[in-house]
Design a protein around this ligand. Structure first.
Ligand SMILES: NC(=O)c1ccc[n+]([C@@H]2O[C@H](COP(=O)([O-])OP(=O)(O)OC[C@H]3O[C@@H](n4cnc5c(N)ncnc54)[C@H](O)[C@@H]3O)[C@@H](O)[C@H]2O)c1
Length: 271
């Protein structure tokens, strides 16, 4: 039970990687808040996560609404007395060629994938700092971790992608935001780290395969398969492997790690 009595908000936990992290955190003893925009998924996911071990809370929300994120944190604290963990997992992906990209497509992805991440980190950090003992807050240093923040980036954030440059840029921003937030919050011993998956079969990849595969001449499932073939370990990652890294970083074992970005990607990137 690595996360016993912890309170964790996971954005986009209605399915895929977020749901797997929720189930794992719950099995490790954490109360999970499912912060999800899809009103059907939010409830079914909270039920599944509760069944994994510890009671979870369904919280329908659009995380791009920063006022709503602040209200959510206040309600979570009213219910559970504190907030220990924030996982910024909600995100969108799409492939659009460089020459066809529109300002609307660009702005939408930045809003969900990076702007929302910053303001959720800011709101969570304010709460984590407020709940520290007065003397620790005043000292500006702490002997143990007082909060964990994990941001989902992508190996697409490690280098520019010709056909999803807006996604690539948004995920690169997540890496630099992780570094900056880690330094800003180090005096309070709040740890901020990021994870970069490569190819993990979820609804996100179903959509990419469906929308982009035919344009590249692939049969259904072909684009996904071709992408998996490029992974040095020759297989896709699983949602559980991403959840395992998040669990490690959020547990006491990760207390001395901050500002880092981990590729969980079968060797796809080496930085
Ligand atoms: N699956 C992969 O191969 C892969 C690879 C690299 C990075 N990632 C990143 O991992 C994260 C999770 O990916 P996934 O594959 O599980 O995606 P997914 O599409 O399966 O799930 C994402 C969830 O986020 C929710 N969401 C989207 N916008 C939201 C909003 N504004 N407010 C609240 N919830 C919102 C969606 O409804 C969905 O349930 C994403 O940030 C993604 O970019 C995934």
């Amino acid at each position: 039970m690595k996360l016993q009595h912890k309170v964790a908000i996971i954005t986009g936990a209605g399915q895929g990687i977020g749901l797997a992290m929720g189930e794992r955190f719950s099995a490790e003893g954490a109360h999970v808040v499912v912060a999800e925009i899809d009103r059907d998924l939010v409830h079914s996911a909270a039920e599944r996560i509760s069944a994994a071990g510890t009671e979870a809370l369904a919280y329908p929300i659009d995380v791009t609404d920063s006022d709503a994120v602040q209200r959510m944190i206040a309600e979570v604290v009213a219910r559970y007395d504190k907030l220990d963990i924030l996982v910024n997992n909600a995100g969108h992906s799409e492939r659009v060629s460089f020459l066809e990209m529109t300002p609307t497509q660009w702005d939408f992805l930045q809003k969900v994938n990076q702007r929302a991440v910053f303001f959720a980190m800011q709101a969570a950090a304010k709460q984590m700092i407020a709940q520290m003992p007065d003397e620790v807050r005043a000292a500006g240093r702490a002997e143990r971790s007082y909060g964990k923040i994990i941001n989902l980036s992508s190996i697409a954030g490690r280098r520019g992608r010709a056909d999803a440059l807006h996604y690539s840029v948004s995920k690169a921003a997540v890496i630099t935001m992780t570094q900056g937030a880690a330094m800003a919050l180090a005096p309070y011993n709040i740890n901020v780290n990021a994870i970069c998956p490569s190819v993990v079969p979820t609804a996100m990849w179903d959509k990419l395969d469906r929308e982009w595969g035919p344009q590249l001449g692939y049969p259904p499932g072909g684009f996904y398969k071709a992408r998996v073939e490029k992974v040095p370990l020759k297989r896709a990652g699983t949602v559980h492997e991403i959840a395992a890294m998040a669990t490690f970083l959020c547990s006491d074992d990760g207390d001395y790690i901050t500002g880092q970005t981990y590729n969980v990607d079968g060797g796809s990137e080496l930085n």
